[in-house]
Write a protein that binds this ligand. Structure first.
Ligand SMILES: Cc1cc2nc3c(=O)[nH]c(=O)nc-3n(C[C@H](O)[C@H](O)[C@H](O)COP(=O)(O)OP(=O)(O)OC[C@H]3O[C@@H](n4cnc5c(N)ncnc54)[C@H](O)[C@@H]3O)c2cc1C
Length: 408
Protein backbone atom coordinates (compact mmCIF):
# COMPACT_ATOMS: atom_id res chain seq x y z
CA UNK A 1 0.00 0.00 0.00
CA UNK A 2 1.31 3.46 -0.93
CA UNK A 3 2.45 5.70 1.97
CA UNK A 4 -0.14 8.26 2.99
CA UNK A 5 0.39 11.82 1.75
CA UNK A 6 -0.90 14.39 4.24
CA UNK A 7 -2.12 17.81 3.22
CA UNK A 8 0.11 19.28 5.93
CA UNK A 9 2.71 17.98 8.38
CA UNK A 10 3.06 20.24 11.42
CA UNK A 11 6.22 19.94 13.52
CA UNK A 12 5.47 21.10 17.07
CA UNK A 13 2.22 20.71 19.02
CA UNK A 14 2.77 23.72 21.28
CA UNK A 15 -0.09 26.26 21.34
CA UNK A 16 0.44 27.49 17.77
CA UNK A 17 1.02 24.07 16.14
CA UNK A 18 -1.94 22.51 17.96
CA UNK A 19 -4.27 25.42 17.10
CA UNK A 20 -3.23 25.24 13.45
CA UNK A 21 -3.73 21.45 13.34
CA UNK A 22 -7.27 21.88 14.69
CA UNK A 23 -8.14 24.71 12.31
CA UNK A 24 -6.82 22.88 9.22
CA UNK A 25 -8.48 19.59 10.22
CA UNK A 26 -11.77 21.46 10.72
CA UNK A 27 -11.30 22.88 7.20
CA UNK A 28 -11.21 19.27 5.93
CA UNK A 29 -7.43 18.69 5.59
CA UNK A 30 -5.58 15.52 6.60
CA UNK A 31 -2.88 16.55 9.08
CA UNK A 32 0.14 14.87 10.67
CA UNK A 33 1.31 16.43 13.93
CA UNK A 34 4.87 15.56 14.94
CA UNK A 35 6.02 16.44 18.44
CA UNK A 36 9.00 15.46 20.56
CA UNK A 37 6.64 15.54 23.55
CA UNK A 38 4.50 12.50 24.38
CA UNK A 39 1.02 13.92 23.74
CA UNK A 40 -0.65 11.21 25.80
CA UNK A 41 1.09 12.57 28.93
CA UNK A 42 0.18 15.87 30.60
CA UNK A 43 2.15 18.85 29.25
CA UNK A 44 5.32 19.62 31.23
CA UNK A 45 4.97 21.98 34.19
CA UNK A 46 4.71 25.47 32.73
CA UNK A 47 4.11 28.39 35.06
CA UNK A 48 3.58 30.94 32.32
CA UNK A 49 0.33 32.82 31.96
CA UNK A 50 -0.59 34.33 28.63
CA UNK A 51 -2.45 37.58 28.06
CA UNK A 52 -4.64 36.33 25.21
CA UNK A 53 -6.15 39.29 23.37
CA UNK A 54 -9.72 39.23 22.03
CA UNK A 55 -8.68 38.35 18.47
CA UNK A 56 -6.79 35.26 19.76
CA UNK A 57 -9.65 34.32 22.10
CA UNK A 58 -12.07 34.42 19.15
CA UNK A 59 -9.73 32.08 17.23
CA UNK A 60 -9.65 29.66 20.19
CA UNK A 61 -13.45 29.89 20.45
CA UNK A 62 -13.83 29.03 16.76
CA UNK A 63 -11.61 25.98 17.39
CA UNK A 64 -13.90 24.91 20.23
CA UNK A 65 -11.45 25.15 23.14
CA UNK A 66 -12.57 28.19 25.15
CA UNK A 67 -15.24 26.21 27.04
CA UNK A 68 -12.46 24.22 28.72
CA UNK A 69 -10.64 27.45 29.67
CA UNK A 70 -13.45 29.52 31.20
CA UNK A 71 -12.97 28.21 34.76
CA UNK A 72 -9.26 29.01 34.92
CA UNK A 73 -9.10 32.20 32.81
CA UNK A 74 -9.45 35.77 34.07
CA UNK A 75 -11.12 38.34 31.80
CA UNK A 76 -8.99 41.47 31.25
CA UNK A 77 -10.89 44.73 31.68
CA UNK A 78 -8.21 47.38 31.28
CA UNK A 79 -4.58 48.46 31.36
CA UNK A 80 -2.94 50.99 33.65
CA UNK A 81 0.65 52.14 33.37
CA UNK A 82 2.87 54.18 35.66
CA UNK A 83 6.14 55.80 34.66
CA UNK A 84 8.18 55.16 37.81
CA UNK A 85 11.66 56.64 38.25
CA UNK A 86 14.08 54.92 40.59
CA UNK A 87 12.05 55.47 43.74
CA UNK A 88 8.90 57.26 42.70
CA UNK A 89 5.55 55.57 42.09
CA UNK A 90 3.44 58.21 40.33
CA UNK A 91 -0.26 58.31 39.57
CA UNK A 92 -1.34 55.59 37.13
CA UNK A 93 -2.35 56.54 33.60
CA UNK A 94 -5.39 54.50 32.60
CA UNK A 95 -4.37 53.61 29.08
CA UNK A 96 -7.65 52.01 28.10
CA UNK A 97 -10.55 50.02 29.45
CA UNK A 98 -12.71 47.43 27.73
CA UNK A 99 -15.31 50.14 26.93
CA UNK A 100 -12.69 51.82 24.65
CA UNK A 101 -12.78 48.76 22.41
CA UNK A 102 -16.33 49.70 21.34
CA UNK A 103 -17.27 46.06 20.86
CA UNK A 104 -20.90 45.39 19.86
CA UNK A 105 -20.98 43.16 22.96
CA UNK A 106 -20.49 45.51 25.96
CA UNK A 107 -19.55 42.54 28.16
CA UNK A 108 -16.69 41.45 25.90
CA UNK A 109 -13.38 41.97 27.74
CA UNK A 110 -10.11 43.18 26.16
CA UNK A 111 -8.76 39.67 26.44
CA UNK A 112 -8.15 36.88 28.93
CA UNK A 113 -5.29 35.82 31.16
CA UNK A 114 -4.90 32.15 30.31
CA UNK A 115 -2.68 29.69 32.18
CA UNK A 116 -0.23 27.81 29.95
CA UNK A 117 -1.02 24.32 31.28
CA UNK A 118 -4.84 24.34 30.91
CA UNK A 119 -4.43 25.93 27.46
CA UNK A 120 -2.11 23.15 26.27
CA UNK A 121 -4.32 20.48 27.89
CA UNK A 122 -7.45 21.88 26.14
CA UNK A 123 -5.68 21.93 22.77
CA UNK A 124 -4.28 18.39 23.26
CA UNK A 125 -7.73 17.06 24.14
CA UNK A 126 -9.38 18.74 21.15
CA UNK A 127 -6.66 17.33 18.83
CA UNK A 128 -7.15 13.81 20.18
CA UNK A 129 -10.88 14.03 19.31
CA UNK A 130 -10.19 15.07 15.71
CA UNK A 131 -10.14 12.09 13.32
CA UNK A 132 -8.31 14.01 10.57
CA UNK A 133 -5.26 14.52 12.81
CA UNK A 134 -2.64 11.77 13.02
CA UNK A 135 -0.48 12.15 16.13
CA UNK A 136 3.16 11.28 15.80
CA UNK A 137 4.05 12.05 19.38
CA UNK A 138 7.31 11.25 21.09
CA UNK A 139 8.84 11.65 17.63
CA UNK A 140 11.64 14.05 16.77
CA UNK A 141 11.87 15.76 13.37
CA UNK A 142 15.41 15.90 12.00
CA UNK A 143 15.39 16.87 8.31
CA UNK A 144 13.34 17.21 5.15
CA UNK A 145 13.83 16.85 1.42
CA UNK A 146 11.84 17.90 -1.61
CA UNK A 147 10.07 15.32 -3.79
CA UNK A 148 7.81 15.96 -6.81
CA UNK A 149 4.72 17.80 -5.51
CA UNK A 150 5.51 17.21 -1.85
CA UNK A 151 8.00 17.44 0.99
CA UNK A 152 9.31 14.45 2.94
CA UNK A 153 10.24 14.82 6.60
CA UNK A 154 12.57 12.44 8.30
CA UNK A 155 12.09 11.60 11.97
CA UNK A 156 14.74 10.38 14.40
CA UNK A 157 12.91 7.02 14.60
CA UNK A 158 13.54 6.54 10.87
CA UNK A 159 9.91 7.24 9.89
CA UNK A 160 9.28 9.40 6.82
CA UNK A 161 6.25 11.72 6.73
CA UNK A 162 5.06 12.92 3.31
CA UNK A 163 2.98 16.06 2.94
CA UNK A 164 2.08 18.86 0.53
CA UNK A 165 3.10 21.43 3.11
CA UNK A 166 5.47 21.36 6.08
CA UNK A 167 4.80 23.80 8.93
CA UNK A 168 7.53 24.62 11.46
CA UNK A 169 5.71 25.34 14.73
CA UNK A 170 8.70 23.99 16.60
CA UNK A 171 9.63 26.96 18.76
CA UNK A 172 12.54 29.38 18.89
CA UNK A 173 15.25 26.81 18.07
CA UNK A 174 13.15 25.49 15.17
CA UNK A 175 14.86 22.48 13.50
CA UNK A 176 12.48 22.99 10.53
CA UNK A 177 13.84 26.53 10.07
CA UNK A 178 17.42 25.24 10.24
CA UNK A 179 16.72 22.40 7.80
CA UNK A 180 15.13 24.93 5.40
CA UNK A 181 18.32 27.03 5.55
CA UNK A 182 16.49 30.09 6.94
CA UNK A 183 18.77 32.30 9.05
CA UNK A 184 17.73 34.46 12.02
CA UNK A 185 18.67 37.92 13.21
CA UNK A 186 18.02 39.78 16.43
CA UNK A 187 19.59 40.56 19.75
CA UNK A 188 19.98 39.21 23.25
CA UNK A 189 18.71 41.86 25.68
CA UNK A 190 21.03 40.52 28.40
CA UNK A 191 17.93 40.67 30.60
CA UNK A 192 15.59 38.07 32.01
CA UNK A 193 12.07 38.20 33.28
CA UNK A 194 11.31 36.92 36.77
CA UNK A 195 7.79 35.48 36.98
CA UNK A 196 5.70 34.30 39.93
CA UNK A 197 2.04 34.01 40.80
CA UNK A 198 1.03 35.98 43.90
CA UNK A 199 -2.00 36.57 46.09
CA UNK A 200 -2.79 40.30 46.14
CA UNK A 201 -3.96 42.12 49.25
CA UNK A 202 -6.45 44.20 47.23
CA UNK A 203 -8.89 43.32 44.41
CA UNK A 204 -7.42 43.71 40.90
CA UNK A 205 -10.80 44.20 39.11
CA UNK A 206 -9.35 42.53 36.02
CA UNK A 207 -6.89 45.41 35.42
CA UNK A 208 -3.33 44.70 34.23
CA UNK A 209 -0.88 47.17 35.79
CA UNK A 210 2.59 48.00 34.54
CA UNK A 211 5.23 50.08 36.26
CA UNK A 212 8.13 51.22 34.09
CA UNK A 213 11.37 51.26 36.08
CA UNK A 214 14.87 52.11 34.75
CA UNK A 215 15.69 48.38 34.74
CA UNK A 216 12.56 47.54 32.80
CA UNK A 217 8.87 47.00 33.50
CA UNK A 218 7.26 45.37 36.51
CA UNK A 219 3.75 44.10 35.75
CA UNK A 220 0.90 42.53 37.67
CA UNK A 221 -1.36 40.60 35.33
CA UNK A 222 -4.70 39.63 36.93
CA UNK A 223 -5.51 35.96 37.60
CA UNK A 224 -8.62 34.32 39.03
CA UNK A 225 -9.30 34.92 42.71
CA UNK A 226 -7.40 38.20 43.26
CA UNK A 227 -4.14 36.60 42.36
CA UNK A 228 -1.73 38.00 39.80
CA UNK A 229 1.07 36.83 37.56
CA UNK A 230 4.15 39.01 38.07
CA UNK A 231 6.61 39.84 35.34
CA UNK A 232 9.68 41.64 36.67
CA UNK A 233 12.42 42.50 34.16
CA UNK A 234 16.00 42.40 35.42
CA UNK A 235 19.60 42.15 34.27
CA UNK A 236 20.54 38.63 33.09
CA UNK A 237 21.62 36.60 36.10
CA UNK A 238 19.66 38.62 38.67
CA UNK A 239 16.30 36.98 37.87
CA UNK A 240 17.89 33.54 37.79
CA UNK A 241 19.55 34.19 41.18
CA UNK A 242 16.33 35.54 42.71
CA UNK A 243 14.34 32.42 41.77
CA UNK A 244 16.83 30.30 43.76
CA UNK A 245 16.25 32.26 47.01
CA UNK A 246 13.91 31.00 49.75
CA UNK A 247 10.29 32.10 49.13
CA UNK A 248 10.16 34.37 52.21
CA UNK A 249 13.31 36.19 51.03
CA UNK A 250 11.78 36.70 47.56
CA UNK A 251 8.54 37.97 49.13
CA UNK A 252 10.47 40.42 51.31
CA UNK A 253 12.36 41.78 48.28
CA UNK A 254 9.20 42.08 46.21
CA UNK A 255 7.26 43.88 48.92
CA UNK A 256 10.15 46.20 49.76
CA UNK A 257 10.34 47.26 46.09
CA UNK A 258 6.77 47.16 44.88
CA UNK A 259 4.16 47.06 47.66
CA UNK A 260 3.69 50.83 47.13
CA UNK A 261 2.60 50.01 43.59
CA UNK A 262 0.86 46.65 43.93
CA UNK A 263 -0.03 46.31 47.62
CA UNK A 264 1.29 43.42 49.73
CA UNK A 265 2.00 40.27 47.75
CA UNK A 266 2.21 36.64 48.89
CA UNK A 267 3.85 34.15 46.51
CA UNK A 268 1.71 31.24 45.31
CA UNK A 269 3.71 28.37 43.78
CA UNK A 270 7.21 28.24 42.38
CA UNK A 271 8.76 31.34 40.72
CA UNK A 272 10.59 31.05 37.39
CA UNK A 273 12.73 33.09 34.98
CA UNK A 274 13.07 33.41 31.19
CA UNK A 275 15.81 35.09 29.13
CA UNK A 276 14.70 38.00 26.91
CA UNK A 277 15.67 37.54 23.31
CA UNK A 278 14.61 39.12 20.04
CA UNK A 279 14.96 36.67 17.18
CA UNK A 280 13.45 37.09 13.73
CA UNK A 281 13.59 34.54 10.93
CA UNK A 282 14.92 36.27 7.81
CA UNK A 283 12.17 34.54 5.77
CA UNK A 284 8.84 32.99 6.73
CA UNK A 285 8.81 30.42 3.94
CA UNK A 286 11.04 28.04 1.96
CA UNK A 287 9.90 25.58 -0.73
CA UNK A 288 6.75 23.83 0.62
CA UNK A 289 7.63 25.10 4.11
CA UNK A 290 6.05 27.74 6.35
CA UNK A 291 7.14 28.98 9.78
CA UNK A 292 4.67 30.06 12.47
CA UNK A 293 4.85 31.18 16.10
CA UNK A 294 8.21 31.36 17.89
CA UNK A 295 9.86 29.53 14.98
CA UNK A 296 9.14 32.68 12.93
CA UNK A 297 9.87 35.24 15.65
CA UNK A 298 10.68 35.39 19.31
CA UNK A 299 9.71 38.82 20.60
CA UNK A 300 10.32 40.68 23.82
CA UNK A 301 7.53 39.47 26.16
CA UNK A 302 7.26 43.10 27.38
CA UNK A 303 3.85 43.41 25.75
CA UNK A 304 2.84 39.74 25.83
CA UNK A 305 2.60 39.68 22.05
CA UNK A 306 4.51 36.43 21.33
CA UNK A 307 1.71 33.93 21.39
CA UNK A 308 -0.81 36.46 20.09
CA UNK A 309 1.43 36.97 17.06
CA UNK A 310 1.65 33.17 16.70
CA UNK A 311 -2.15 32.93 16.76
CA UNK A 312 -2.30 35.62 14.08
CA UNK A 313 -0.03 33.39 11.95
CA UNK A 314 -2.45 30.53 12.60
CA UNK A 315 -5.53 32.60 11.68
CA UNK A 316 -3.88 33.89 8.50
CA UNK A 317 -2.78 30.40 7.41
CA UNK A 318 -6.19 28.81 8.05
CA UNK A 319 -7.83 31.57 6.00
CA UNK A 320 -5.30 31.16 3.20
CA UNK A 321 -5.77 27.39 3.04
CA UNK A 322 -9.56 27.81 2.89
CA UNK A 323 -9.16 30.35 0.11
CA UNK A 324 -6.72 28.08 -1.76
CA UNK A 325 -9.18 25.16 -1.59
CA UNK A 326 -12.08 27.41 -2.63
CA UNK A 327 -10.18 28.65 -5.70
CA UNK A 328 -8.99 25.14 -6.64
CA UNK A 329 -5.34 26.04 -5.90
CA UNK A 330 -2.62 23.77 -4.56
CA UNK A 331 -1.70 23.48 -0.87
CA UNK A 332 2.01 24.30 -0.52
CA UNK A 333 2.30 26.00 -3.93
CA UNK A 334 4.72 28.94 -4.37
CA UNK A 335 1.68 31.26 -4.74
CA UNK A 336 0.29 30.16 -1.39
CA UNK A 337 3.67 30.58 0.34
CA UNK A 338 4.07 34.06 -1.14
CA UNK A 339 0.58 35.06 0.04
CA UNK A 340 1.41 33.86 3.57
CA UNK A 341 4.69 35.74 3.56
CA UNK A 342 2.97 38.94 2.48
CA UNK A 343 0.19 38.53 5.02
CA UNK A 344 2.46 37.95 8.00
CA UNK A 345 5.88 39.43 7.44
CA UNK A 346 5.11 43.08 8.06
CA UNK A 347 2.82 42.58 11.06
CA UNK A 348 5.14 40.13 12.84
CA UNK A 349 8.39 41.99 12.22
CA UNK A 350 6.79 45.39 12.81
CA UNK A 351 5.44 44.34 16.19
CA UNK A 352 8.78 42.84 17.24
CA UNK A 353 10.60 46.07 16.35
CA UNK A 354 8.00 48.29 18.05
CA UNK A 355 8.43 46.24 21.24
CA UNK A 356 12.19 46.53 20.92
CA UNK A 357 11.79 50.32 20.67
CA UNK A 358 9.54 50.45 23.74
CA UNK A 359 12.08 48.40 25.66
CA UNK A 360 14.84 50.87 24.74
CA UNK A 361 12.64 53.88 25.55
CA UNK A 362 11.45 52.70 28.95
CA UNK A 363 14.44 50.74 30.23
CA UNK A 364 16.49 53.69 31.38
CA UNK A 365 16.22 56.74 33.58
CA UNK A 366 17.59 59.32 31.14
CA UNK A 367 16.30 62.89 31.45
CA UNK A 368 15.91 63.02 27.69
CA UNK A 369 13.56 60.11 27.22
CA UNK A 370 11.56 60.45 30.42
CA UNK A 371 9.51 63.49 29.28
CA UNK A 372 8.79 61.79 25.95
CA UNK A 373 7.53 58.60 27.50
CA UNK A 374 5.56 60.44 30.17
CA UNK A 375 3.91 62.49 27.43
CA UNK A 376 3.21 59.26 25.56
CA UNK A 377 1.49 57.71 28.56
CA UNK A 378 -0.45 60.91 29.25
CA UNK A 379 -1.49 61.28 25.63
CA UNK A 380 -2.59 57.68 25.46
CA UNK A 381 -4.67 58.05 28.59
CA UNK A 382 -6.18 61.47 27.88
CA UNK A 383 -6.96 61.45 24.15
CA UNK A 384 -10.12 59.42 23.60
CA UNK A 385 -9.56 58.42 19.94
CA UNK A 386 -6.01 57.30 20.80
CA UNK A 387 -7.34 55.28 23.74
CA UNK A 388 -9.93 53.66 21.50
CA UNK A 389 -7.33 52.90 18.81
CA UNK A 390 -4.95 51.38 21.37
CA UNK A 391 -7.77 49.30 22.84
CA UNK A 392 -8.78 47.93 19.44
CA UNK A 393 -5.15 47.19 18.54
CA UNK A 394 -4.53 45.65 21.95
CA UNK A 395 -7.45 43.33 21.62
CA UNK A 396 -6.48 42.53 18.02
CA UNK A 397 -9.98 43.28 16.84
CA UNK A 398 -8.48 45.57 14.19
CA UNK A 399 -6.05 44.48 11.48
CA UNK A 400 -2.61 45.93 10.99
CA UNK A 401 0.53 46.34 13.00
CA UNK A 402 -0.14 46.09 16.71
CA UNK A 403 0.60 49.48 18.23
CA UNK A 404 2.82 50.33 21.18
CA UNK A 405 1.59 48.69 24.35
CA UNK A 406 -0.85 46.66 22.31
CA UNK A 407 -1.86 43.45 23.93
CA UNK A 408 0.63 43.76 26.81
C1 LIG B 1 7.87 34.78 30.52
C2 LIG B 1 7.10 34.76 29.24
C3 LIG B 1 5.82 35.28 29.23
C4 LIG B 1 5.08 35.30 28.06
N1 LIG B 1 3.85 35.87 28.09
C5 LIG B 1 3.13 35.95 26.97
C6 LIG B 1 1.83 36.58 26.96
O1 LIG B 1 1.35 37.09 27.98
N2 LIG B 1 1.13 36.61 25.80
C7 LIG B 1 1.66 36.08 24.63
O2 LIG B 1 1.01 36.19 23.60
N3 LIG B 1 2.89 35.47 24.62
C8 LIG B 1 3.63 35.39 25.73
N4 LIG B 1 4.85 34.79 25.70
C9 LIG B 1 5.36 34.18 24.44
C10 LIG B 1 4.83 32.72 24.28
O3 LIG B 1 5.23 31.96 25.38
C11 LIG B 1 5.39 32.08 23.00
O4 LIG B 1 5.23 32.98 21.92
C12 LIG B 1 4.63 30.77 22.67
O5 LIG B 1 4.74 29.85 23.72
C13 LIG B 1 5.19 30.13 21.40
O6 LIG B 1 4.42 29.00 21.07
P1 LIG B 1 4.86 28.04 19.88
O7 LIG B 1 3.73 27.04 19.76
O8 LIG B 1 5.22 28.83 18.68
O9 LIG B 1 6.22 27.33 20.35
P2 LIG B 1 6.51 26.39 21.59
O10 LIG B 1 5.51 26.57 22.67
O11 LIG B 1 7.95 26.60 21.91
O12 LIG B 1 6.30 24.90 21.04
C14 LIG B 1 7.25 24.25 20.22
C15 LIG B 1 6.92 22.75 20.15
O13 LIG B 1 7.80 22.16 19.20
C16 LIG B 1 8.23 20.90 19.68
N5 LIG B 1 9.51 20.58 19.05
C17 LIG B 1 10.67 21.30 19.13
N6 LIG B 1 11.64 20.67 18.41
C18 LIG B 1 11.07 19.55 17.87
C19 LIG B 1 11.54 18.50 17.02
N7 LIG B 1 12.83 18.43 16.56
N8 LIG B 1 10.69 17.51 16.66
C20 LIG B 1 9.39 17.54 17.10
N9 LIG B 1 8.90 18.51 17.89
C21 LIG B 1 9.72 19.50 18.27
C22 LIG B 1 8.33 21.10 21.20
O14 LIG B 1 8.20 19.84 21.87
C23 LIG B 1 7.12 22.02 21.48
O15 LIG B 1 5.94 21.29 21.79
C24 LIG B 1 5.63 34.76 26.86
C25 LIG B 1 6.90 34.20 26.87
C26 LIG B 1 7.65 34.22 28.04
C27 LIG B 1 9.04 33.64 28.03
Amino acid sequence: MAEKIYDAAIVGAGPTGAALALGLAQAGLEIAVIDARDLSLPARADRRNFAIVTGSWRLLRSLGVTGALEDTSQPLNGLEAVDGGTHYFGQPSVLFMKEDMESPDPDEPLGHMVMAEPLQAALDLAMSDETRITHLSNERYIASRQAPGLIESELESGKIVRARLLVGADGMNSPVRTAAGIATEGRDYQKSVFTANVHLSKPHEGIARQLFTPEGPFATLPLKGDRANLAWYMKRGAAETLTKQPIDAIEAELNARFSGFAGDMRIDGKPGSYPLILQLATALTAPRTILIGDAARRVNPLAGQGLNQGFRDVGALIELVQETIHLGGEIGSPQMLEAYSQARHFDGTGTALVLDGIDRLFSNDLMLTKPIRTLGLMAASKISPLRRLLARKASATEDGVAGPLAGW
